[in-house]
Design a protein around this ligand. Sequence first.
Ligand code: PLP
Length: 274
Amino acid sequence: SVKYFNGEFVKDSISIDPNDRGYQFGDGIYEVIRVYDGKLFTGIEHFERLLRSAAEIQIKLEQTVDDYMAICERLVAENYIQNGNIYVQVTRGAAVRNHLFPESSEPVTFIYTYDSERPVQGMKEGVKVITTDDIRWLRCDIKSLNLLGNVLNKQKAKEAGGTEAIQLREGIVTEGTSSNAYIVKEGAIYTHPANNLILNGITRQVIKTCAAEMGIPFIEQSFDKDALFAADEIFISSTSIEVTPVNQVDDQPFAVGPVTQKLQQAFEQKISAL
Ligand code: PLP
């Protein structure tokens, strides 16, 4: 399939410099964008976040949101992607290994597409999650390539028979390892405020809009482990898993609830409206 690498559309394999700072330091940022029926879902929002992440770590990008959208639309068309994902990665570029930013290095951009079905079973029946300590850094608002904390916690969830880990920092629920986390209590949705401790998910923002449109309170207020276990409903969200109910946390079962289902229907309408 056709990929975009450093300003070119390439069909053949590409070569990555072993001195690329993404490879050595995780010094870069990324996005994952969903394609439904050959169309990008919230593409503009994803690229606005990419530009923000870049600015936060002082990577200077020449491309605009429109440039990235055009690249992705071309890849989606040339690769005949109907339902799939787009992975976008930008690193600070290649230079002799040194923690300091290089005096001169060009950012390296890599974009590819792949087919992927919607995870309908989890969306219907719910998924099991575990709780674990949030061992990540303090700039989780940047969608950085440094994902070791997320990787270790997700693996821990898998080894415990779950699919995601809900992370807690000082007893407060932050988010999943690759998703945002929410509880529903007495008809209202609660989720961690969008500060440095979580990634402000694009799906989270769509959910916020859906909730507003349906008159469901969406309260950006942190909550602790007791509140998590006392919730009426729990769900998680991301570009790949959309709105996915949680049916078990550690050893405690939860039912797939009506507020979660209403959000799923509203989300479905946003997709249909593409
Ligand atoms: N939080 C983390 C840590 C993530 O990695 C992700 C996405 O992968 C999300 C939240 C959800 O973000 P989005 O809805 O933009 O996919």
